[in-house]
Design a protein around this ligand. Structure first.
Ligand SMILES: [Fe+2]
Length: 328
């Protein structure tokens, strides 16, 4: 396996996830400036930050009403009822060597909000055979707390798995730059607008992982998508919000989370809230944009209130299959 960033080979002289120290330091400075700033950086430009603290009293009141109505216990039980969801994706560009390749996608764990999920997920995944583990961000819930508690809860889950080609992680909009070293110390390779290439004797698979694009978008994310690569390409992004850019760049498969599938859905409809600023059609499940296939995971955890209705939590087992190319 080798990797590159922005077309510059970085296989030597770098100790941090294959990126040169200079690239990583530049990224960290830029990310921390955005975290301390008064705006979210989105693909549509800067937008003012919302004061999440102002919403807390309303959320607390809503949670209290749910408890009084008896719905809270049912919602919490729903949130703990996690399952392994097999998802078969057919790609015309997939090399024969990767037919049947298994990617385990765990998204939006937010384990500090519902720590009881740790044992459930660990039991679910023990003994599951996978080629690659992909964590697509949001490891904690509260934005203003230290990241360690939520991240440390990942340990037993990671220990239950032995992916053949390694374990990779992205940052979500809940994850500060300080999360990177913590994730790396747990054996994860954090992809920050960079591509890794998985090699087989007769084919390669490129995995491009982006920093969060919901609140911390930079041109480096778009640049990583536009790297010229020959062969099958997967983009891993916390949210679906740059799906159109990825499709235009020739990505074959786009894997994301962020929406939690809505977390609360009406029995007869889709998500009440998607938390997507663009590409809103891709809030859950399998989708297609041009020639690119996408999958938005419901996620494993919950945000704000530890409940789910009509929207089960999941760990997605993405199985790549080679599609027959149409005869012209
Ligand atoms: Fe999330």
């Amino acid at each position: 396996m080798h990797d590159a960033y922005g077309g510059i080979a970085s296989s030597s002289g770098d100790g941090q996830a294959g990126q040169t120290d200079t690239v990583r330091q530049t990224w960290r400075r830029q990310r921390q400036a955005l975290e301390e700033g008064r705006h979210y950086a989105t693909p549509m430009g800067l937008i003012p930050r919302r004061g999440w603290n102002r919403l807390r009293p309303a959320l607390k009141l809503f949670e209290r009403l749910l408890r009084l109505s008896g719905l809270h216990a049912r919602g919490r039980a729903n949130a703990l009822n996690i399952a392994l969801k097999p998802v078969t994706v057919r790609l015309a560009n997939l090399p024969v060597a990767f037919d049947g390749y298994r990617i385990l996608q765990i998204s939006d764990t937010h384990l500090d909000l519902l720590p009881a999920l740790v044992d459930r997920i660990t039991a679910l995944l023990r003994g599951v055979s996978v080629d690659l583990l992909l964590l697509t961000g949001d490891y904690r819930d509260r934005h203003d707390d230290q990241p360690e508690p939520g991240l440390a809860l990942l340990q037993p889950i990671l220990a239950a798995l032995e992916p053949n080609d390694g374990s990779f992680a992205l940052l979500g909009n809940h994850d500060p730059a300080a999360s990177v070293s913590i994730l790396e110390n747990m054996g994860l390779r954090v992809l920050l607008n960079q591509t890794v290439t998985i090699e087989r004797p007769h084919g390669v698979l490129h995995l491009t992982g982006l920093d969060d694009v919901h609140s911390f978008y930079t041109e480096a994310a778009h640049g990583a998508l536009r790297e010229v690569r020959t062969g099958c390409r997967i983009a891993a992004v916390h949210s679906a919000e740059v799906a159109d850019m990825a499709a235009a760049a020739g990505i074959d498969l786009y894997l994301c989370g962020h929406t939690h599938g809505g977390q609360i859905r009406l029995p007869w409809g889709g998500p009440l809230l998607s938390q997507l600023r663009r590409c809103r059609a891709y809030s859950h499940g399998l989708w297609r944009h041009g020639n690119m296939v996408g999958y938005t995971s419901n996620g494993a955890g919950v945000a704000s209130i530890p409940i789910r209705y009509n929207c089960p939590p999941e760990v997605a087992l993405i199985v790549l299959r080679r599609a027959e190319k149409p005869v012209r």
